[in-house]
Design a protein around this ligand. Sequence first.
Ligand SMILES: *[C@@H]1O[C@H](CO)[C@@H](O)[C@H](O)[C@H]1NC(C)=O
Ligand SMILES: *[C@@H]1O[C@H](CO)[C@@H](O)[C@H](O)[C@H]1NC(C)=O
Ligand SMILES: *[C@@H]1O[C@H](CO)[C@@H](O)[C@H](O)[C@H]1NC(C)=O
Length: 338
Amino acid sequence: MEYKYSVILTKALILLVLVNCDHSTAADLPHAQDRSGAPCVRCNIAPGAPCPKKKDYSRTSCVGCHTFKSPCCDGTVTDYFQSDQFENLFSNRDSLEAHAKGFWDYHSFITASAHYQPYGFGTTYMNSTFFGSKEVAAFLAHVGTRTSCRNKVATKELLEWGLCYNKQMNSNSNNYCDEHNKNIYPCAPGVAYYGRGALPIYWNYNYGEVSKDLKVDLLKHPEYIEQNATLSFQVAIWRWMTPIMEHLPSAHDVFTGYWKPTKNDSLAKQVSGFGATINVLYGDLVCGQGDNEFMNNIISHYLYYLDLMGVGREEAGPYEVLSCAEQVAFNPTTSSSP
Ligand SMILES: *[C@@H]1O[C@H](CO)[C@@H](O)[C@H](O)[C@H]1NC(C)=O
Ligand SMILES: *[C@@H]1O[C@H](CO)[C@@H](O)[C@H](O)[C@H]1NC(C)=O
Ligand SMILES: *[C@@H]1O[C@H](CO)[C@@H](O)[C@H](O)[C@H]1NC(C)=O
């Protein structure tokens, strides 16, 4: 898939601004009463204190922290997602046919997610419903779909080929250096910013933004991402947690229901849930076009992973929530090929 978000993202990344926290006090929330004023362990926020203004995912840190089961913020992804489940989800990733044989492992995912769990990744309660395990299934469904080599292998097990790749094949020799952004995100000589990461990111400005967050110079060394599975997962979770444009929600926001559709959004059939994550990540490359194979493939991965993680596909909700077939795209692009 080739992205042509260049023009849109050019503005987007400059416009990323802090958002105001719609902050709840501890007493409002069902699981937080017995915390007796102690600060959240991981988020270090006193109950009822103003939410910290932490970059673009500030809002999610409030959700992750203030609504956490007592004692707040003590849950982790490892509480419900174990190494054997990871092995089941990605059972063919070390097979002979896999392009990134030996690259990916459970430990890298857990280490990478630790950076984002305090912001609510895999740890969010919303209105006393736990979204963590479903969110990890949803995130990994996108990852599994984008890194799958199901088309390259003759097999009936179409959903078992996630984490087959660790980079996009750079077939058209584009270096993805955006001219308009060269001053802010200088392109290093001789490198190309093609899709790398468990959810691939493209273009110098995305590499530049994620560099700031992870404090690794990926503009100079984009290749680090394809050499380091932890970094590769971190890049992917960054993409999941970060709005692509200032006025847009992140995939995390729409999945956990933190994002509330406006009247206009409802008219546009943008309801929070898994379908909206497809919309956030792909916009009109995939959404608002009725049924299509790319979308159905992501949904199939999600249902399959929910089963393997012991959550069960019946928790996924109705088709309107699961799909974005009828949704108006969040970010209209001029491109058409997913
Ligand atoms: C891989 O990336 C992680 C996260 O950025 C970092 O902590 C670790 O040191 C890196 N590993 C190597 C071998 O460079
Ligand atoms: C959570 O509860 C509040 C207050 O009842 C409601 O406004 C909000 O829509 C709920 N959020 C979700 C995601 O259900
Ligand atoms: C809602 O949609 C109408 C018609 O497209 C538009 O004129 C209006 O500005 C929108 N309102 C908001 C709050 O976005």
